[in-house]
Design a protein around this ligand. Sequence first.
Ligand SMILES: [Zn+2]
Length: 411
Amino acid sequence: MVLKAYKFRLYPTGDQIRYMDQIFGSVRFVYNWGLDARSGNWDMIETMRYSWGGDLKTCDMEMVAQMRFWGLKDKSKEGYPKACGLKELSSELTHTVQKEKPWLTEVPNKPLRYALRNLDAAYKNFFRRVKNGETPGYPAFKSRKGNQSFQFQGENVRLDEVTGLVTLHKALGPMDVRLHRRIDGTIKTTTVSKTKSGKYYISFQVEDGRELPLPKPIRNTIGLDVGLNTFVTTSGGEKIDGISPFRESEKRLAVLQRRASRKQKGSQNWKKAMRKVALCHEKIANQRRDFQHKLSRRLVDENDLIAVEDLNVRGMVKNHHLAKSISDAAWSEFSRQLEYKATWAGKTFVKIDRWEPTSKQCSSCGFKNGDMPLSVREWDCPQCGVHHDRDINAAVNIREAGINRLHTNAI
Ligand SMILES: [Zn+2]
C-alpha cells in the first residue's frame, strides 16, 4: 500500500485563526516540554537504550561522548520523571501538566498527543542516524517565529469535496479549503500548518488501498551525477541547471532583505517588509519544489532504471561549505522524489555508494585515473584516448554501477 500526500490552501475565518493559534501554541509548548524533559533528565545511556529498543550493545562510550557534546545534562534532581519515553511523557501530560496548566485542556487533545509522537519520531530518527555514523543535529526546540503545525488523526476528519469544507474538530468548525485535486483513498493523518508569512495549509496523508505495481522490465537506464552549479548531469549527456531558474526571484529576495534592514526593527513598516521577505522565501521554495517535481516526474517516465549516488553514507565528512550543504539538501529531497515516484511506477531505483570511483574511472575502458581536483572539468583517458566531460563520465559510471548492482541482485 502506498501513502500519498495532498496539500491544499486553507482559508480560516478570524475566529478560526484565533483558535488555531491557540492550538499551535499548545502543541509547541507540549513538544518543547517533552524535549526538555527527554534531553535533560535521565542519564544518557538510558536515553539511548530507550530509543534503540533496549539494545545496549550498540551503545558505546563514543556515543556517550557525543551525547555530552550535544549538551545533555543530568537534571534528574530537578524533579523530572526518571523515564521519558512516549508512554511516560503522555501519562505525565495527562496527570500533571494539564492539571497545572488548564489552558492545555482548552484545545483538542489529539494534536497534543501527536506532538509527543512527533518528538518520539524525531528522537528515533536522530539515534538511527547517530548509529549510522552520521552527525545529525540534536532535536530542536520549536520557535514561535518558525512555521507552525498541528496534526489530527484521519478518522476524525470530515472532508466535503462538494462544498470544499473540512471539519477537523467541532470546536473549530468547518473550514474553507481550496481543493485542486481529487483525494483518492483513505485519509490517515491531517496536518494543518501556518507559514511565516501567515498562510494556512492543510495536508492529508492518504492510503490509496492499491498494491504496488510489479517491477517493469528494464529497457531504458539512466545514471545521475550531482554537482554544485549543474544540479544534475545525466548519463545521456544532458546537463540540468539548478540555479538560473531561481536567479530572478533570488535577486528580488536580496532587494527585499535590503529594504527590510533599513526599517526600524519592530516598527509597523519593518513588519510589513519582513512579511514580504517571508513571502518571497516561500515563493522560491515553491518554485524549487515545482522544478524538482517536474524533473523527477520526467526522469521516472523516461527510464526504467534510475541510478544515483548515495550522499548519506556512513562516515560522510561533515561539510562546512554553505553552498554545498544547500545543494546536498536539495539533492536529498530530489532523490527522495525519484525513489517514491519510481516505486509507484514499478521502476527500479538504485543508490550507488558514493566512494566508488565514479569520476576518476574512464567509462569507456575502465582505466582508473589518479586524483583529479574539482577544477578539472574535462580530461583525456591516458589508456584509450577518449575525451571525457567529468560529470557525464561520472553519470555513465553511476549508471553502469546501477546495472551491475541489479545483475548481482544486491539492491
Ligand atoms: Zn579509457
